[in-house]
Design a protein around this ligand. Sequence first.
Ligand code: PLP
Length: 229
Amino acid sequence: MSIAENLDAIRAQINGRAKLIAVSKFHSAQEVLEALNAGQSVFGENRVQEACEKFTLVKEKTSLPIELHLIGHLQTNKIKKALSIADWIDSIDSLKLIELLEAQCAKTQKTLNILLEQRLAEETKTGFETLGELEEVATLFEKNTFPHLRLCGLMTMAPNTSDEAKIAKAFKTLRDNFTKIKSEHNLPNFSELSMGMSGDYKIALREGSTQVRIGTAIFGERTAAKEGL
Ligand SMILES: *Cc1c(COP(=O)(O)O)cnc(C)c1O
């Protein structure tokens, strides 16, 4: 199946319920262009260097609008570079990172959309651990501590398992935390639940996802040969 056919099949499954983020990590600028030409405008990458090189190339070849999400752990020494390319950072995992992003966005007068990542799987290394930690951050946003950042919602990765009940439970936990934060804090942009990947996005949609992040089911397997550009 071609990238365009894969996109059609996934769009049919999503059926307007969520935004589709095409995760193009390890895939080429050419493949991104193929997806763009098939009407896909939102992309996700997890490494800053790879994203910069690839999307610089892509933007030289097309003037189609692109929205780029960073979805992997962001090292603080990559912030400037990340901000030069990303419209969203979906994988915010510390208050320190938020403070540094705010400082850099203030310098460049940029407004950045962010999601807080919660760690709900053993094998995931990063993310806020508890609802309490998420609420602390929400409280700071409510006080307008970070005027150049828009707190748009939460993100998670489900455990890597074939046990659908376990996966659904993780997604439900994120949704419950989202609902609680939204009801208890005055956060006008807090509306997104980023959950679901190629293997579990149908479960995520049932659990209320508003943004699914799909790589393999669009672009095929990521192989070592495809690493880099
Ligand atoms: C790679 C990645 C995805 C996409 O995974 P697929 O299984 O290829 O769909 C989604 N989210 C994050 C955070 C990722 O790193």
